[in-house]
Design a protein around this ligand. Sequence first.
Ligand SMILES: [Zn+2]
Length: 128
Amino acid sequence: MKTKKPKAEDTFILKDDFVQVISKSGNEYHVTTENCNCMGYGFKGTCRHFKMAEEKGMLEQLKAKSVNLDFRNSPSVKKLRFDAVKQYLIKNSIAIKDGLIEFLEPKVCFEMKPAEFLTLAESWKKNS
Ligand SMILES: [Zn+2]
């Protein structure tokens, strides 16, 4: 068993993409899911800020946040978008040729207007 002396507490605050650590000596550090910007981490590849943030479950929370931000590229979302594009093409009587959905899928987004989508679909026909 490790013998750890309890010292004065560091303060951990969960921010959008990092954990803000205000050390007991008043210094401020930023811990991400990858590392900490303190000197100790630079030397040893780990530090008490990083370990504590991990123990507190804050790094897991950060990871969950970044997963939410990256949802557009998750395989299940890509599949849903792929199917939605396909249905939309069928609805608009556009012939589904090989490669058309693959071309459109990464380009479509929620903000896209139907006319923009159809123009994009047209542009693929011209190029092929
Ligand atoms: Zn640190």
